[in-house]
Design a protein around this ligand. Structure first.
Ligand code: DQQ
Length: 596
């Protein structure tokens, strides 16, 4: 059935919102933002007080966060004796990142959905980490013994690498850890190295010579590198005379991650066992505000990563996520034979809001990550376990969205939902030409080509967290462009109207992916909505965008609308739309309920 037939009121009212009244059109999918997409604020422009209701309503229900205080990077992940461990950058004292405070929080889980918080495993308390226990990684050594390498900040911001051992390896919860007596095990003694930019060791892997290797993010002279170190016993380390990879054009590479992937195969690979022929390698680095990556090969003779294509302008490097997502880390999950990645999503409100809420920062839903069959880009999908929270399923089939149509999705909790939609293009002739310069700044293009700007194919997608009069709404949408022999799909997560509150950071995030539309006419969108967190996966996980939103409608009204829409001239079919309410997970709750 067409949407207009299914919902006569929508036929009358919603196209009117798009076309009939210019004032309503502006109010609805306006291109200009009252907030703009300016930088993050450190203090709210108005009252520093956050109403109590805000602190509870914006708290996520099934994302990872501690009961209170600040978190940032995922600092160590592993599956050990039947338990998943998440170690993270944590301030035990308050909801801000403060110099000298950062410790390692620790939570455990059997399903990656429900978590129990344990005591922090380390805090700054000795000369090699007195100003902070920063990011690192866990490695399981050949005999099954887990170890952690982390960056310690010693006086004068001198960054060194330290080692930690579990006190009792037979405890599957690994509750207590000891700092090695010979810390730091790696010092910043490399010619040209900026000793305040030498951090975030990777998980170790074994090379063909049987020696352990790790990479450490570093800035030397005028270039950035993942420096390579070797060790026989994981205790004493020697620097290899060349980096794993380096580049001269970007900011410091934080949190490098290096892993093997098989094209078109979503089984994960353990970096410490032999890597099958045909495997490729991914090198991820967190740089600026984004997690970027290169696909290439690990040249074992040269002991170096060699990207498949050299792209000098790092604005063109692919991103793990095109939104509010940083400092991700992956690990091999030996329980299910997959590689899992997840990242930190910071608050996009003000520091004073965070202090008043008593918490700041979440981790995204863990995602399975693998390489597309063309060997060019990584794909990601929320781990299956998250589906255990789905309830109240609703389904629609065979919808038809003409230009200006909006189809309201009822029957699920619009603040806690999992929505999966397939959009099928009825024709690809209307695709507008693609301009390659857009790749340099997809956010800018999402601002220029917002949901109110009619296109040939698209914009179409989802409107979520919408107030009755649409003065608040968040839009996740696609546009299809023709680029010589291929098609480029733009995916945007447009937050410019996500909140009438003046303080949040509300950009329009965006990313492009290629799709062979001559073969496959369907574009999928999956969006996980969790109060202040929205994670979207486009084209089967080719572009992922995490966003943080603070709609007043959530705090004040407690009810919002959700629509599938099309505002392109070509009709778009929806062969399948499924949505679920997502139940609360037990995430680090205290005494059976959240501490906040
Ligand atoms: N966060 C850590 C650093 C890392 C940065 C400090 C990335 O180790 O480089 O909390 O978010």
């Amino acid at each position: 059935p067409s949407v207009a037939m299914a919902l006569p009121w929508a036929f009358v009212l919603l196209p009117a919102l798009f076309f009939l009244s210019s004032s309503v059109t502006n109010l609805f999918f306006s291109n200009s933002s009252s907030n703009g997409s300016g930088g993050r604020c450190s203090l709210c422009p108005q009252s520093p007080e956050v109403p109590y209701i805000v602190s509870t309503t914006y708290r996520t229900a099934y994302h990872f966060q501690p009961p209170r205080n600040w978190i940032n990077d995922i600092s160590g992940l592993m599956y050990y004796k039947g338990i998943y461990h998440n170690f993270y950058q944590y301030n035990p004292h308050c909801a801000l990142w403060c110099w000298g405070d950062i410790a390692w929080g620790h939570s455990v889980s059997t399903d990656l959905v429900n978590w129990i918080q344990l005591e922090p495993v380390i805090e700054p308390d000795n000369p090699s980490d007195i100003d902070g226990c920063w990011t690192g990684s866990a490695t399981i050594l050949s005999g099954g013994q887990p170890v952690i390498l982390y960056t310690g900040v010693s006086r004068d911001n001198c960054q060194v690498q330290n080692l930690l051992f579990p006190k009792n390896p037979s405890d599957p919860y690994l509750r207590e850890w000891t700092k090695a007596g010979n810390n730091p095990v790696i010092q910043p003694v490399v010619p040209g190295l900026n000793r305040s930019c030498f951090r975030d060791p990777t998980t170790g892997w074994i090379g063909p010579d049987g020696l352990w290797r790790i990479a450490v993010g570093a800035q030397l002279y005028s270039y950035n590198a993942a420096l390579l170190y070797k060790s026989e016993d994981f205790l004493s380390w020697t620097r290899v005379d060349h980096p794993l990879y380096s580049h001269n054009l970007s900011n410091m590479w934080e949190c490098p991650d290096f892993f093997a992937v098989l094209p078109g195969n979503n089984s994960g690979l353990d970096m410490s066992v032999s890597i099958p022929r045909g495997a490729k390698h991914a090198l991820k680095m967190s740089v600026g505000y984004f997690d970027k990556y290169l696909i290439g090969v690990y040249d074992l003779k040269r002991d170096a990563f060699v990207p498949d294509t050299i792209v000098d302008d790092c604005r063109l490097w692919l991103r793990i996520d095109y939104g509010d997502f940083y400092a991700s880390k992956s690990f091999f999950d030996s329980k299910k034979g997959r590689r899992i990645i997840w990242g930190w999503s910071q608050e996009a409100d003000c520091r004073s809001d965070d202090v008043a809420k008593g918490w700041a920062g979440i981790h995204t839903i863990p995602r399975t990550i693998w390489l597309d069959s063309d060997g060019k880009q990584l794909l990601q999908w929320p781990v299956d376990e998250i589906e255990s929270l789905r309830t109240n399923e609703i389904n629609h089939q065979g919808l038809e969205l003409n230009k200006g149509d909006m189809f309201e999705i009822n029957g699920v909790d619009t603040f806690q939902a999992d929505v999966e939609i397939y959009f099928e293009l009825t024709s690809i002739n209307a695709a507008e030409p693609f301009d390659p310069s857009w790749l340099l700044d997809p956010e800018k293009h999402c601002c220029e080509a917002g949901a109110s700007v009619h296109g040939g194919i698209g914009p179409f997608g989802l409107v979520i967290l919408a107030s009755n009069n649409m003065d608040e709404h968040t839009v996740v949408h696609f546009r299809v462009y023709k680029s010589q022999q291929k098609y480029m799909i733009l995916m945007c997560s447009d937050l410019r109207r996500s909140s009438i509150r003046p303080s949040p950071y509300t950009p329009a995030y965006g990313g492009f992916f290629e799709l062979d539309l001559a073969k496959e006419r369907k574009i999928s969108l999956r969006t996980l909505i969790d109060r202040s967190a929205v994670e979207s996966f486009g084209g089967g996980g080719r572009v992922c965008i995490t966003s943080r939103v603070y709609p007043a409608v959530l705090a004040d009204v407690g009810r919002a609308h959700m629509y599938a829409f099309n505002n392109g001239s070509a009709t778009v079919r929806v062969p399948q739309l499924s949505a679920w309410t997502m139940r609360n997970a037990h995430v680090n709750v205290e005494n059976g309920r959240s501490a906040i």
